[in-house]
Design a protein around this ligand. Structure first.
Ligand code: NDP
Length: 403
């Protein structure tokens, strides 16, 4: 049905390409490009062995707009799926505009020198994509991504309005390492060390990083401490679900993770400004990334489950007063590894990336301009989650979270 060019050969790129190959009726041709071509080749070899599908590979520095435009012109895809890092979002969007091809990603743009992830840089491309008759779909991972689709599904099928929303992201997996991050360490640590922000009464309220914590009993994982954080879907949800009185995002972290992160922060290893070392500039956080385990190497040893979902409270569609629903997916690290050779954090992002791409290639989601996940019909996306490895459940709760 369509040809796709995937850029980025990390854990998420690996899962997405495997899942695309398993859906050859939608993804008739898949091409994979990334900075280090040997990583593309390793993924292509695994895809060939598991599915029989051949994935041609290319080396590309996606910061280079001219080179990326040339690659897109050579490959001639219907869609470019950006699974590199948030830093490359704008250069790949520019290359897509140059080559006249649709665009999709899983994380919003972040400038390298400020740990600030906000949508306005990409929303500013609205007219360019609209005038070119092209579509850009932003944030089709799990969070952001599925968490917004979950909220919109509740708004379509259960609730007339959403008054309170809590997004709960729990990784109950154990990788056996003293300290490692389960997706790109640089991006992960920038996210976690940034001040927390939540939406309340029409504005974002900022609190110190990791300053608010609560415990919650996650199904199939158990009781965990979760911390309030800023996460990018809060911005798009606040825009597209404007009636929300409050929206918060929570993520679980173990004591060991917090202990290591605190020390790394205290000694300056999480800094993102350049420091001089032996006559050359280095960025401490980038150096730290180089010595930490590659997230894609954790799959083999990770055991346990992820449990990510939304708790939403609002006026029921059927007129029965205010109701609270909990909608979530639970994903098993070992099963994810067995299927694609990657752990569940990459899996829960790569599968929705495949589904977002499928929505565009099948025309189930279409438009001209820059779009967030909240702007389309959630039903076909939710159906594909059930069919492609991320089944979800919805239950009614007695009321909103007590805190
Ligand atoms: P990895 O670090 O494992 O992989 C990133 C890949 O991008 C690597 O192959 C890297 O190449 C490549 N890359 C980096 N810079 C460039 C460049 N300039 N040109 C071409 N390729 C480049 O990250 P993940 O797979 O864990 O994450 C991928 C994306 O998914 C990130 O944007 C992340 O923020 C996002 N994400 C989204 C989630 C969600 O739920 N929405 C959850 C988790 C991740 P090299 O190998 O040479 O370093």
């Amino acid at each position: 049905m369509g040809k796709v060019l995937v850029i980025g050969a990390g854990g998420v790129g690996s899962v997405a390409v495997h899942k695309m190959a398993m859906n050859a009726d939608i993804f008739s041709e898949i091409v994979l490009a990334s900075r280090t071509v040997s990583k593309c080749d390793a993924i292509a070899a695994s895809v060939k062995q598991r599915t029989g599908v051949t994935v041609p590979t290319h080396a590309i520095d996606a910061d280079d707009v001219a080179a990326t435009t040339a690659l897109i012109n050579e490959v001639k895809p219907d869609l470019v799926v950006n699974l590199a890092l948030p830093y490359q979002d704008l250069s790949i969007m520019d290359a897509c505009l140059n080559a006249g091809v649709h665009y999709m990603d899983t994380a919003n743009y972040e400038p390298k020198d400020v740990a600030k992830f906000e949508y306005h840089w990409q929303w500013d491309y609205q007219d360019k994509f609209k005038n070119a008759g092209l579509m850009a779909l932003l944030g089709s991972g799990f969070d952001p991504g599925v968490t917004s689709v979950f909220a919109m599904w509740l708004k379509k099928h259960k609730l007339k309005t959403i008054r309170l929303l809590d997004i709960l992201d729990c990784n109950g997996g154990d990788h056996g390492q003293a300290f490692a991050t389960n997706f790109n360490p640089e991006i992960n640590i920038r996210e976690v060390t940034a001040p927390a922000r939540h939406w309340e009464n029409g504005e974002f309220v900022e609190t110190p990083a990791m300053g608010v914590k609560q415990t919650f009993d996650f199904e199939q994982v158990g009781e965990k401490t979760m911390y309030m954080m800023y996460h990018e879907e809060l911005e798009s949800l606040a825009r597209f679900v404007p009636e929300m009185e409050r929206a918060r995002f929570w993520m679980t972290f173990g004591e060991e993770y917090i202990k290591h992160l605190t020390v790394l922060q205290n000694v300056g290893m999480t800094r993102i400004d350049p420091v001089m070392y032996e006559g050359r500039e280095i960025i401490p956080l980038q150096f730290l990334k180089a010595v930490l385990p590659e997230p894609s190497s954790l799959g083999e040893t990770t055991k346990g489950k992820t449990n990510i979902g939304d708790i939403a409270t609002g006026e029921a569609l059927n007129g029965s007063g205010e109701k609270t629903f909990y909608i979530k997916n639970i994903c098993d690290h070992e099963k994810a590894y067995e299927e694609t050779g990657n752990q569940a954090v990459s899996y829960t992002t790569g599968v929705p990336a495949m589904i977002g791409a499928a929505m565009i290639l099948t025309g189930k989601w279409k438009g001209e301009g820059v779009f967030n996940m909240e702007q389309f019909d959630p039903d076909p996306f939710m159906e594909m989650l059930n069919e492609h490895g991320l089944p979800w459940t919805v239950e009614e709760l007695d009321g909103p979270l007590p805190f």
